[in-house]
Write a protein that binds this ligand. Structure first.
Ligand code: HDD
Length: 702
C-alpha cells in the first residue's frame, strides 16, 4: 500500500531543479513492490491485525501471554533485522542509473553493452570507504570503492573499482593481512576508519609494494569532496575479446564529468563530526534535485603480447599504472546516476558484487590480486547474505533470462520444476541446453597455461618505488604540500618510533625533498635513500590545474539578515541556478526574510550552519554589521579551506569583524550583484578552490 509514496527527504531538497523532473530511467525492482499489497495491517502471513501497540496480556497489568503470535513475530523479526556488515567497504551508499555506450569499443570487444552504439544498460553503483564500520563517517582519509553492476542483456557484469588506480598488495593472499593491519586494533577496536595508527604503518613500511597506493591514499584523492568528483579505476588489467577472438589488454577508467576535487584535511575532520553522512547526502540530494552525476567510461588499450607488459610496465602488477601519456584513455560510454534507492537494506546492503560476473568479450588476466578476488567475492556473500541464493535477491537478479541447474539451499525463492536438474539428461522436456558462442555462450579465450608450481612473484614485481615517485612528481605544488602534511600527520599519530623511521626510509627511496620535510615535521633525522632518477611525470594525474569544471551540485551559502538586499540574492540565484548551483540562505534566526516584495526562506541559522556544507560563502549587502561568534567561525573556516568568499555592499565589514583580509585572493567584493559578479563567482567555483590563498595561510600559521 505504501509503496507508491514519495520518499521523505531528511533535509530540504536543493531547489536547483524541480525534483519532479528527475524521472527515473531504470527500475530494476519494480516487480517486488507488489509484495506489499492490500490496505490493512497484517502479519507476515496475511492475517489482518486490529492492534499492534498492545501485547496480549493476562489483564492490563498482567504478564504477556505466550500465545501472542503477533508479539512473537514482531519481536523475532526485529531481532534479526541486521545482517553482517561487509568485511571491508562496510560504509557506503548506492544509486541506480544508466550506462549508454558510445559504440566505440566495438573494435575491441564483443560485449554487447559496450559494442552497440547508444545501447542503454541499467546499472546500480555502490560507493564506499574501505576501512570504517557501517556507521562510520564518510569523509575519513581512505580509498573509496566505486562498484558498478551492469544489468546487461547477456548477464550481469560487475566492475568492482576503486578511486585509486593501484592496490596495496600484489597477491591477494595478503589481503587478510593488509586489512587486519589497516582496520582497528583487535584488542580495543580503535581507531575507527583511520590509517593514522601503528599497525597500518607497520604493515606498509614492511611491505614496500604498498608504497604507490600509500602515496595515493596520502594525496588529496584520499579525501574526496564528493562521490561525484572521484575517478574510478578497475585497477587490474582485463582482456577484451572481439567477435573474431582477437584480444587486447585494457584498463578501465571512470572519468567524472564534474572533475576530480577534494576537501582539505581540516575540513574533512570537521565534516566527519558535523555531518558524517556528507557524501551520501550530497549524492542523494543531487539526484533528488535532478542534478544527475555523470562519468565517462574509458579504456586504455594495450596489445595482448606474450609477456603481458607495455612500455616496460608489467600489466599483471596491480601496483602499477600505465601513464595516460603512453596509452590514452579512450571514451567508450557514459554513466548517469538517476535514481535513489527506495529501500537501503534491499538495495544497497543486499547488492553483491563479484569479479567473476563477466559477459562474453570481457575476460580476466592472471594478475594474482585479481585471481584471489575471483574467489573472495562469491565466498563472502555466503556469510553476509546467509546462503547461496543471494543472486535471487531483487537487486542482484540478472535482467537476462536465468535458467540454471542450481537447486535448493537457504532462502530459495524459486519453485523449480522438472526432475532432472543435470546435464545431459534424457528426461526433461524444457530444461536448459548448453549455449555455444553463436548464441552468446561465454567461451574462454583458449590461452595456453604452463609453469612450475611456486609461491613466488615475477621479478618485475620487485620495483616498489618508481611509480610512487612518478605520482608525486606529477602533482601540483599545492597537492605535494598536502601530501607532506598528510604523511607528517599520520606518522605523527604512530607511537612506535621504529615504524616512523622505517617509513621515512621508504620515503627516502621515493623522493628526497618529501622525506626531508616529513622528517623535519616529525623531528627525526632524514635517512639517506636511493630515489629513482629521471622520473617522467604524468601531468594528467594532478587534480589542481588551470582547468575550469562544471559546477553542478555546488552549494553556495548566503549570509543575510533582516533588511539585507534580497534582490542581490535573487540575482545570484538567477545566474547560478541554471548551472546547477544551490543557494542556501543563512540568517540569525529561522523562518523567512522579506522585503521589497521578495521573500527568502532561511535554510540555516548561525547555530545550524557549518562552513563545510558550502563550496562558497557570500555575504549579502545589509548583513555587514552582524555580530556572532558562530558566524565568524563559519567565515574563517571557509576562508581557511580556500573557498571563494563574496562580500556585497557593506558585507565587507563582516569580513573585517571575522578577521578576514578583504583583499585576499578569491574574495569577491562588489557594491551590488550583477551578471558579471555572479559570473566571477561561478568561475571561482569552477576551479573548486582558491589555492593561491594557501601559501598566505601557511605564513600566518607559522
Ligand atoms: Fe575488494 C568488497 C574493490 C581487492 C575482497 N572490494 C569490495 C568493494 C569494492 C572493492 C569497491 C565493495 C563492493 C560493494 O560495494 O559491495 N577490492 C576492490 C579493489 C581491489 C580489491 C578495487 C583491488 C584492486 N578485495 C580485494 C582483494 C580481496 C577483496 C584482493 C580478497 C582477496 N572485497 C573483498 C570482499 C568484499 C570486497 C571481502 C567485501 C564485501 C564484498 O566483497 O562483497 O570479498
Amino acid at each position: 500500500m505504501a509503496s507508491s509514496r514519495k520518499p521523505e527527504p531528511t533535509v530540504p531538497t536543493p531547489a536547483a531543479l524541480d525534483p519532479a523532473e528527475s524521472t527515473p530511467l531504470t527500475s530494476s525492482l519494480a516487480p517486488e513492490r507488489g509484495l506489499q499489497t492490500g490496505d490493512y495491517l497484517t502479519t507476515a502471513h496475511g492475517l489482518r491485525l486490529p492492534d499492534t501497540d498492545h501485547s496480549l496480556k493476562a489483564g492490563p497489568r498482567g504478564p504477556a501471554l505466550m500465545e501472542d503470535f503477533h508479539l512473537r513475530e514482531k519481536i523475532t523479526h526485529f531481532d534479526h533485522e541486521r545482517i553482517p556488515e561487509r568485511v571491508v567497504h562496510a560504509r557506503g551508499t548506492g544509486v541506480h542509473g544508466v550506462f549508454r555506450s558510445y559504440g566505440t569499443a566495438a573494435s575491441v570487444t564483443r560485449a554487447r553493452f559496450l559494442a552497440e552504439k547508444d545501447k542503454e544498460t541499467p546499472v546500480f553503483v555502490r560507493f564506499s570507504t574501505v576501512l570504517g564500520s557501517r556507521g562510520s563517517a564518510d569523509t575519513v582519509r581512505d580509498t573509496r570503492g566505486f562498484a558498478t553492476k551492469f544489468y546487461t542483456d547477456e548477464g550481469n557484469f560487475d566492475l568492482v573499482a576503486n578511486n585509486m588506480p593501484v592496490f596495496f598488495i600484489q597477491d591477494g593472499i595478503k589481503f587478510p593481512d593488509v586489512i587486519h593491519a589497516a582496520k582497528w586494533h583487535p584488542d580495543r577496536e580503535i581507531p575507527q576508519a583511520q590509517t593514522a595508527h601503528d599497525t597500518f604503518w607497520d604493515f606498509v613500511s614492511l611491505h614496500t609494494e604498498a608504497t604507490h597506493h600509500v602515496f595515493w591514499a596520502m594525496s588529496d584523492r584520499g579525501i574526496p569532496r564528493s562521490y561525484r568528483t572521484m575517478e574510478g579505476f578497475g585497477v587490474h588489467t582485463f582482456r577484451l575479446v572481439d567477435a573474431e577472438g582477437t584480444s587486447v589488454l585494457v584498463k578501465f577508467h571512470w572519468k567524472p564529468v564534474a572533475g576530480v576535487h577534494s576537501q582539505v584535511w581540516e575540513e574533512t575532520q570537521i565534516t566527519a563530526g558535523v555531518d558524517p553522512d556528507f557524501h551520501r547526502r550530497d549524492l542523494t540530494d543531487c539526484i533528488d534535485a535532478g542534478l544527475f552525476p555523470e562519468w565517462e567510461l574509458g579504456i586504455q588499450v594495450m596489445p595482448d603480447t606474450p609477456d603481458e607488459s607495455f612500455e616496460g610496465i608489467d600489466l599483471l602488477d596491480p601496483t602499477k599504472i600505465v601513464p595516460e601519456e603512453l596509452a590514452p584513455v579512450q571514451p567508450i560510454g557514459k554513466l548517469t546516476l538517476t535514481r535513489n534507492p527506495d529501500n537501503f537494506h534491499a538495495e544497497v546492503e543486499q547488492i553483491a558484487f563479484h569479479m567473476g560476473n563477466l559477459v562474453p568479450g570481457i575476460e580476466v588476466t592472471n594478475d594474482p590480486l585479481l585471481q584471489a578476488r575471483l574467489f573472495s567475492y562469491l565466498d563472502t556473500q555466503l556469510s553476509r547474505l546467509g546462503g547461496p541464493n543471494f543472486n535471487q535477491l531483487p537487486i542482484n537478479r540478472s535482467h537476462a533470462p536465468v535458467n540454471d541447474n542450481l537447486r535448493d539451499g537457504m532462502h530459495q525463492s524459486v519453485v523449480h520444476r522438472g526432475i532432472a536438474p543435470y546435464l545431459p539428461n534424457s528426461l526433461s522436456q524444457d530444461g536448459p541446453v548448453p549455449a555455444g558462442p553463436e548464441v552468446g555462450g561465454y567461451v574462454h579465450l583458449p590461452k595456453p597455461v604452463q609453469g612450475d608450481k611456486v609461491r613466488a612473484n615475477p621479478v618485475s614485481f620487485a620495483d616498489h618505488y618508481s611509480q610512487a615517485a612518478l605520482f608525486y612528481a606529477s602533482l601540483s605544488p599545492i597537492e605535494q604540500e598536502h601530501m607532506i602534511e598528510a604523511f607528517t600527520f599520520e606518522l605523527g599519530r604512530c607511537y612506535e618510533q621504529k615504524i616512523r623511521q622505517r617509513q621515512l626510509q621508504v620515503l627516502a627511496n621515493v623522493n628526497t625533498d618529501l622525506c626531508e620535510r616529513v622528517a623535519a615535521g616529525l623531528g627525526l633525522p632524514a635517512p639517506e635513500g636511493t630515489p629513482p632518477l629521471n622520473v617522467v611525470p604524468s601531468p594528467v594525474l594532478a587534480q589542481v590545474t588551470d582547468r575550469v569544471w562544471p559546477i553542478t551540485g555546488r552549494v553556495v551559502g548566503v549570509v543575510a539578515a533582516p533588511g539585507a538586499d534580497l534582490s542581490g540574492i535573487a540575482k545570484l540565484r538567477e545566474v547560478l541556478k541554471p548551472q546547477g548551483v544551490v543557494l542556501r540562505v543563512i540568517a540569525p534566526i529561522g523562518g523567512q526574510l522579506a522585503g521589497d516584495g521578495a521573500v527568502e526562506i532561511v535554510e540555516r541559522t548561525f547555530q545550524t550552519a557549518r562552513s563545510v556544507e558550502y563550496d562558497a560563502v557570500v555575504i549579502a549587502d545589509g548583513a555587514g554589521d552582524l555580530l556572532d561568534l558562530q558566524l565568524n567561525i563559519l567565515l574563517q573556516e571557509a576562508f581557511r579551506h580556500a573557498k571563494p568568499i563574496g562580500a556585497v555592499g557593506d558585507g565587507e565589514r563582516l569580513l573585517l569583524t571575522a578577521g578576514i583580509d578583504p583583499a585576499a585572493p578569491g574574495v569577491l567584493r562588489a557594491k551590488s550583484v550583477d551578471d558579471a559578479y555572479a559570473g566571477q563567482l561561478a568561475a571561482l567555483l569552477g576551479k573548486h578552490r582558491v589555492w593561491e590563498r594557501m601559501p598566505m595561510l601557511r605564513l600566518v600559521a607559522s
